[in-house]
Design a protein around this ligand. Structure first.
Ligand code: 5CU
Length: 374
C-alpha cells in the first residue's frame, strides 16, 4: 500500500439536501415506499419512467449517501486517508435563483463543517471539499462573488460544476466572469456529468430503460463530459483563461481517446480564422490544454482507459485516484470491499507495474500537490 491515498471523486448529499429531495415529486426526488421499504433516489431524467412502478424507479438510497460516518468507514475499509468530498449531481441546477443562492451557502458551510470536524487532531482520516455554485441563478456577478468568498472556507479546494453552466452549456460567453473568478482564486473546477445524452441517442426511452442505468451511465455520462470540455476548447475558454484548472470526471469521459481526432477536425475546419475562415477557432492545441489546464481522475475501471489518460496528460502527474462513492455499491450486502473501487486500484497497479513512484503519485501524491492538501 502506498503512503497516502486521496479520493478526489467522492460525493455526499447532506441531510438537509436529502430532506429537500424527499419533499419533491419531480426529478430529482426521493420516494419513500408506502411499505416502508428502501427509499428510492430518482435523479436522472431517464429514471422517471411512468411505465416503471414508482417503488422500483431510480436506485435504492441508504445512509451512505448522506452520513459522513459511513463515508469515513468506507475510507477505512478501502485504505483511503483523505477524501475531497463534493455534492453529487444534479447539485443546485434545478432550483430557482433565490433558492439556489441560499442552498449554495448552506451546502458549502456544511461541507466546511464536516471537514473541520473530521480533521481534528488525532483523527486519521482527513476531509477537504469542492464547493457548490448557484449556477441556476444565471447571475454571473453574483456567482463570481460567491467564488471570490470561497477561500474564506479553509477546506474548500475547488468547485464542482455540471455541464449546463447557466443553462446553455460551457461555451456561453456569460460564463467569462465566472471563469475569471475561478482563475483568479485558483480554485480547481471539478467538471462532472449529469444529463447524459437524449434517450434518442440510444434508440428511444424504451431501449434506454430496457438496460437500466447502463447506457446513460456508461456512455451518456462520459460523452456529456467530452462534449462539454470540447465546447470550452472550441469557444476559446482556455485561450482567454490560460490558468484555468479543470479536473474532468471519469478520466475525461472519452477526451484522452478522442483528443487526436478533435485536433485533426479543428485543423481541417475551413470556418476557423486560422484556416482562412471568419470564425475564431481555438488558438491552443488540445494537447497543450490537456498538459496545462486539465487534470483527470482515475475513475475509468481498466488499464486501456487509464493508459490513455496518462498518455494524454503527458505523464502520470495530472491523474488522481477517485472512487465515485456512494455510487456503484456492491450488489450484495455482505460485500464490504466495493468491486468498483478495487477495480480502479487494480487498473492503477497494472498500468504502473513496477513503477511505484508513479502509482503512489496517482493514488495520493498528485492530489496533495495539486489541491494543496497538507
Ligand atoms: O449512478 C449514478 O447515477 C451516478 C451519478 O448520478 N453520479 C455519479 O457521480 N455517479 C454515478
Amino acid at each position: 500500500m502506498p503512503d497516502y491515498v486521496v479520493d478526489v471523486h467522492t460525493h455526499v448529499y447532506p441531510p438537509a439536501y436529502m430532506a429537500m429531495l424527499r419533499a419533491r415529486k419531480t426529478v430529482p426526488y426521493i420516494h419513500d415506499p408506502a411499505d416502508k421499504g428502501t427509499p428510492r433516489l430518482i435523479i436522472l431524467s431517464s429514471d422517471d419512467d411512468p411505465s416503471i412502478p414508482i417503488d422500483k424507479r431510480g436506485r435504492p438510497v441508504d445512509s451512505s449517501y448522506s452520513d459522513i460516518n459511513v463515508k469515513l468507514k468506507f475510507m477505512s475499509q478501502h485504505g483511503i486517508d483523505c477524501s475531497v468530498i463534493s455534492l453529487a449531481n444534479p447539485w443546485l441546477d434545478f432550483l430557482p435563483e433565490s433558492e439556489a443562492v441560499e442552498w449554495a451557502s448552506r451546502i458549502n458551510d456544511n461541507l466546511e463543517a464536516l471537514c473541520v470536524s473530521a480533521n481534528q487532531e488525532g483523527e486519521k482520516k482527513k476531509l477537504f471539499a469542492f464547493a457548490t455554485l448557484p449556477l441556476s441563478s444565471a447571475n454571473p456577478p453574483r456567482i463570481a462573488d460567491e467564488i471570490k468568498a470561497l477561500p474564506s472556507l479553509p477546506h474548500i479546494r475547488g468547485v464542482i460544476m455540471g455541464t449546463s453552466g447557466l443553462g446553455i452549456g460551457l461555451d456561453d460567453p456569460r460564463l467569462d466572469e465566472i471563469w475569471k473568478a475561478l482563475e483568479e482564486t485558483q480554485l480547481v473546477i471539478f467538471l462532472h456529468p449529469h444529463y447524459g445524452l437524449p434517450d434518442e441517442a440510444f434508440g428511444g426511452p424504451e431501449v434506454t430503460n430496457r438496460y437500466g442505468h447502463v447506457l446513460p451511465l456508461a456512455l451518456g455520462f462520459p460523452l456529456e463530459t467530452t462534449i462539454a470540455v470540447t465546447r470550452m476548447l472550441l469557444s476559446g475558454v482556455f485561450d482567454r483563461f490560460p490558468k484555468l484548472q479543470v479536473l474532468l470526471a471519469h478520466s475525461g469521459g472519452t477526451l484522452p481517446f478522442l483528443a487526436g481526432r478533435i485536433e485533426s477536425c479543428i485543423l481541417h475546419e475551413r470556418k476557423f480564422t486560422a484556416n482562412g475562415g471568419t470564425v475564431p477557432g481555438p488558438q491552443r492545441s488540445v494537447w497543450d490544454v490537456l498538459k496545462t489546464n486539465i487534470y483527470l481522475d482515475a475513475v475509468v475501471y481498466g488499464t486501456a482507459g487509464l493508459k490513455a489518460a496518462v498518455e494524454a496528460g503527458g505523464g502520470s502527474d495530472r491523474l488522481m485516484f477517485g472512487t465515485d462513492h456512494p455510487f456503484f455499491p456492491p450488489l450484495s450486502d455482505d460485500e464490504t470491499e466495493w468491486p468498483s473501487v478495487t477495480t480502479n486500484y487494480k487498473a492503477i497497479a497494472d498500468s504502473f507495474d513496477g513503477d511505484q513512484v508513479s502509482a503512489a503519485a496517482v493514488l495520493g501524491g498528485n492530489a496533495v500537490r495539486i489541491l494543496n492538501l497538507q
